[in-house]
Design a protein. Structure first.
Length: 313
C-alpha cells in the first residue's frame, strides 16, 4: 500500500507566518491540520488517503487552558479524514479567538471517557484491509498527538524569533496546525534465521503466534499514556507475516515472565512453544530472533532465542 504524503514533518505545534500549500481553496478563518508520525507507522511510512483520526480542541482563558473532556470542548472528537492532500472534518472547523490546545488520536475512536477508556488491539493481526477497514495490524497501532497553545493565524503576534507577523486574510496564505503523532503501543518483531546446522530452506507454511499477553489497554488521552488493563484477558495474537521469515505484531505494554510461553512457531504442522521474558515498552520495538539449528523434520529441533529493544522506527 502506498502511504507517502507530500508534506514534510514539521515541528510540533509550529505555525509559520506563511506556508505554501497545494490546497486550491483556502479560508484562513478555518482550521487546517497536517499530521506526521514521530518515527513510522506499522505500515512503514505514513498516512494515506482514507485514514481517519479524532480531533479535540480546547481553549485558553488567559494563561489557563480548559481540561480535555469527552464533551464540552471547543471541538469534540471531530472525525478527520485524510483525502491524500489534506485532513478534512465532516464540517468546516473555525478558529477560536484565543489560543487553543489540539489533541489527535489515530485511528478514529469513540471513547466514553478521556482519562481511562479501554482500547482493544486486534487478536488476528494478519487479517487484511477490507472495504476501507484497517487491517488488524494497523487498527491496533494506537497513536496520540498534542499541539499546545496554538495562536489563531489571522491575529497579529510576535513569532519565536522576534518577527512580528500580521497575516493578511488571503487565499494564498496557509497556516496548518502541525500534529506529530507518537506510538502508544509496543511492536514485536519475530525473525526466523537458519543456523549453521540447518539444512535446506525454511518452510513456506510458517505461522507465528504470541501467547499470554493482555490485549486491552487503559488509555489516558489527556496525557497520551496507557497501561495494561488490570482486569484484561490474556489472548493469543496471530502475528502479521511481513515476509517469509519475518513476523510482527502490536502489543499492549506489559511485563512478560519466562515461565509462561510467549512465542509459538508452527512449521509443517508442528508447533514449537518458546518462553521469553521481557518488558514491552510503549513506543519501542522488541525484536526476537529465533535461530533454527536443525530442520523441523528432525526428531528434536534445536532453537535459540535472542532479543533486542530499540526505538520504533
Amino acid at each position: 500500500m502506498k502511504r507517502y504524503i507530500a508534506m514534510a514533518a514539521l515541528l510540533l505545534g509550529a505555525v509559520a507566518c506563511q506556508k505554501e500549500s497545494n490546497i486550491v481553496q483556502y479560508d484562513p478563518s478555518q482550521i487546517y491540520v497536517e499530521a506526521s508520525v514521530k518515527n513510522t507507522r506499522v505500515s512503514g511510512t505514513s498516512f494515506e488517503a482514507g485514514d481517519r483520526m479524532s480531533l479535540y480542541v480546547v481553549e485558553y482563558t488567559g494563561e489557563d487552558v480548559a481540561k480535555l473532556q469527552v464533551a464540552g470542548n471547543y471541538i469534540n472528537n471531530e472525525p478527520m479524514l485524510y483525502d491524500g492532500v489534506q485532513w478534512k472534518g465532516e464540517r468546516p472547523l473555525f478558529w477560536s479567538k484565543t489560543h487553543c490546545d489540539f489533541y489527535g488520536v489515530y485511528p478514529y475512536q469513540k471513547p466514553q471517557t478521556v482519562t481511562n477508556y479501554l482500547f482493544d488491539i486486534v487478536a488476528d493481526q494478519n487479517s487484511p484491509e477490507v472495504d476501507g477497514k484497517l487491517s488488524g495490524y494497523e487498527a491496533s497501532d494506537l497513536m496520540w498527538a498534542k499541539a499546545e497553545k496554538i495562536k489563531p493565524p489571522y491575529t497579529t503576534y510576535t513569532d519565536d524569533d522576534g518577527t512580528v507577523c500580521t497575516p493578511p486574510i488571503a487565499e494564498d496564505h496557509y497556516y496548518p496546525v502541525q500534529m506529530q503523532f507518537k506510538h502508544m503501543m509496543s511492536r514485536v518483531v519475530v525473525k526466523l534465521e537458519r543456523g549453521e546446522k540447518y539444512e535446506g530452506e525454511l518452510p513456506e507454511d510458517i505461522t507465528v503466534h504470541l501467547y499470554n499477553t493482555v490485549t486491552t489497554a487503559e488509555v489516558d488521552l489527556t496525557k497520551g499514556s496507557l497501561q495494561r488493563y488490570g482486569n484484561g484477558e490474556k489472548k493469543t495474537i496471530t502475528m502479521k507475516q511481513l515476509s517469509g521469515d519475518t513476523f510482527a505484531a502490536i502489543v499492549v505494554p506489559q511485563n512478560i515472565e519466562r515461565r509462561t510461553p510467549l512465542v509459538e512457531v508452527t512449521m509443517e504442522g508442528i508447533a514449537y512453544l518458546l518462553s521469553y521474558s521481557t518488558s514491552f515498552r510503549p513506543g519501542y520495538q522488541h525484536t526476537i530472533t529465533v535461530t533454527l539449528n536443525t530442520s523441523p523434520d528432525q526428531e528434536k529441533i534445536e532453537i535459540e532465542l535472542e532479543g533486542d529493544i530499540e526505538d520504533w522506527q
